[in-house]
Ligand binder design. Sequence first.
Ligand SMILES: *[C@@H]1O[C@H](CO)[C@@H](O)[C@H](O)[C@H]1NC(C)=O
Length: 955
Amino acid sequence: MALNNKRGHMAYLQPSLVLLLTLSLSTIAVDRGNFKTCDQSGFCKRQRATEPNKSPYVAVLSSINIQPTQLSVQLLNKNTNVRLNLQVIAIKGNIARLRVTETNPLKPRYEIPVGDVLVDEPVQQGLEVLSKDSKSVTVGFLDNKIAIQSDPFRIDFIVRGEPVLSVNSRGLMNFEHIREKAQPPEKAGEEEEKKEEPKEGDGEEQEEVLDDDDDDDDDDDNNDDKNNDAEGEEPGMWEETFKTHKDTKPLGPESIGLDFSFPGFEHVYGIPEHADTLALKSTTSTDPYRLYNLDVFEYELDNPMALYGAVPYMIAHNEKRTVGLFWLNAAEMWVDITSVTADKNVLSKMVDFVAGGDEMPQIDTHWFAESGIIDVFVLLGPSANEVFKQYASLTGTTALPPLFSLAYHQSRWNYNDQDDVRNVDAGFDANNIPYDVIWLDIEHTDGKRYFTWDTGRFPESAEMIKNISSKGRKMVTIIDPHIKRDSNYKIHQEAEAKGYYVKNKDGNDYDGWCWPGSSSWLDYTNPEIRDYWVEKMSLEEYQGSTLDLYTWNDMNEPSVFNGPEITMHKDALHFNNWEHRDVHNIYGMYQQMATALGQVKRSQGKLRPFVLSRAFFAGTQRWGAVWTGDNTGEWGHLKASNPMLLSLNLAGITFSGADVGGFFKNPDTELLTRWYQAAAYQPFFRAHAHIDTPRREPWLKPAEHLDAIREAIKARYVLLPYWYTLFYLSETSGAPVMRPMWVEFPGDKSVFSIEDQYMVGSGLLVRPVTEQGAVGVTVYFPGTDQVYYDADTYKAFPGGQNTYIPVTLNKIPVFYRGGNIIARKERVRRSSILGRLDPYTLVIALNKQGRASGDLYIDDYQSFSYKNGEFIHRKFTFENNKLTNSNADSSGSFETASWLERVRIVGLNRRPSKIQITSSSGTTELEFKYDNNNDMLTIRKPSINIAQDFTITLQ
Ligand SMILES: *[C@@H]1O[C@H](CO)[C@@H](O)[C@H](O)[C@H]1NC(C)=O
């Protein structure tokens, strides 16, 4: 569900407007005034105004300390004399880490505990000093050189002689040290003495952090001769007001900014979540891309405004290489992007780099965070798949979801009562549409008290769930992080008594307005409170639930209707007294983590969890799925779902989807149909709708559309073996399931900004119809050495060209890429699990050399037993007219009754004279049919267990 903030907020302030706003749902536009621009955010404005090429930072090379796997060196700010510590660490797997902290901080800065985002302390690896003089030091590891220049401070990363990343090359580094607010210097001096001594005695004394002399020059004239802090004092440093909300900023300015340039690159991607293009745009005439988890009512397309989740991770790609940049920091962040021409003169000084005649492109980026530290991981690739692996080694991979969660989900705000649920469930059966999960939004509860039921409408919830699950289906209920402040509500009683709520700046329970009215928020950043939440998920605690009930965490940005920017005050206090500003972007992920762990625990560790979250952060992939929040039933939003999901996939969050049909507004039948067709080929596939929209279950649509929608959902079920296998492979490799074209065709520059078509795995090219009234789409088939086959007709299309594909209402342009073998289950049942023992059809899409290969992964589809080796991983290979089925992983052992029903070989230009299958049970001849209109061979009933070794030979 979610929320009509404006309505919720107004309900609080001005009840008379509620009806009016509800009725005016047809006018869709974000209220931009609710959200800050960069100019309205003190630190963003200050950081963005940093002047280039005037860096006050010097790397004090006399302070360098070189260890086997890392070096540290002090950075001196010449204007303030404040010192920072830079660590450069080599990490296994071709990763470098840069950490910058204050040498003598007045107060510690927030760092996310290891284990929460970083799966573990990264394993370091050796580096060596390659050269060192008074001006610079160069260290090397693997194929990389890291050149640190002293004055002005900059770092260049050079891979095999080519520069790939420059840090502070524009001199935009600006580390606002934590300082005392204006007060007598003696007081500041006392504070100073309480701190530990500076570590390195290199002769320079640590200057007082506060230097408050001549404060007469109020205007911001960027005079870099000034060397005091007060000169940099600006309104908003110690207190900031947005609309009616005051941020007391007790710690004052503590933001951090740094520039990163990617020489040789023209395309950067990632840093979700934005309703924007896949290839990120220059921000020279807009605000920077903003990363701040926000509940944006009726979000707009094509802009860099923040949305529900944030992953501070960017990927640069060119024909030669891919590089990733991950800044581990959970505070509000903004990122500026500019496309420029590299300054080869500067580069060649640092780099053994031939300044050829060609201009070299470059992407300049400038990142700034409100608090925390600089902790940046440079993922050196060099291939996209290696970058995915590197990021996964830091933050984890997408946990293999239970099969049902990859199937189709039916949701709306709300299914009203048990009868409604029963009727919708029956509607799918009556109309022969498979589905796996039915969802209940906030109205199922007793007054928005989560873990309760509206017993008037859901008197027998457990029986209702049992009825649903008797067909292999599941149910999901919503559980949000805001807790109704009601002294009769158990969770509130407990949370209040135990002190489990986030506190306001004065140390009292933070309260705000959300769905239940006056609410408080559990502090999931505290491990003890997460443990408490884990117990709440148990069947005893969550009455009326069963093991077939799963969870949806919405509103966990967190959404606070009457808070600044519809979220929590930044000076609210969390575990260990960290401010909300420090942990804002990770708060929602902690709720999803605790919910998922609770589901695991309620089944004694047996069953895999399923939790959908709206807020997300780096590492969310370990805990469940996300969706793109409250989109709108308009063609533009359907089209935008692809770049938005591709960006999430690049950022490691592959299990992601967009509400089918759009949350707001009423999609017409054509749009709804096209939406189903697109989402059937996106990783998370759920229909959902706002409470004020007309019902839109597929059978309410005209027959022609109902048929097309049914076919789209069936297409998803037929390909579930492929999706499931891809998710398994993703869990082991970190590779996304839904891939931008460039991931599969890294050397083809013409695909670098394509976002209306993409690859599912390496084997399916999808170009969903996202245009109203379309009678055709243009598909780009990359690679002159490639061939593709229409998934419906098996017609072949040569690679290396744009091709016009005519479409009718029920056509989804999907193509097998030659060279792939894809397993299908063509008997569609009412739910995915009912087909677990069904037979397979293999589609063998031959490449131009007449070869193909593919994987099939099978387990019990729901438990963790596969982690103990209870799985089957088969490898299919076709070459020299032979199809071989062999074991891809001998550590797995599992049995299935599924057999091979059919083999379709596409792109075979001759009719075999005879076909034989050979296995441990001998050799037999197989029946087949050859269709020379589309070069397709169908082999009937090989009738052999899918997990058994065999060879099928064409003669
Ligand atoms: C469960 O299914 C039975 C049999 O169809 C039906 O009689 C009963 O009302 C259902 N219960 C609920 C809670 O929907």
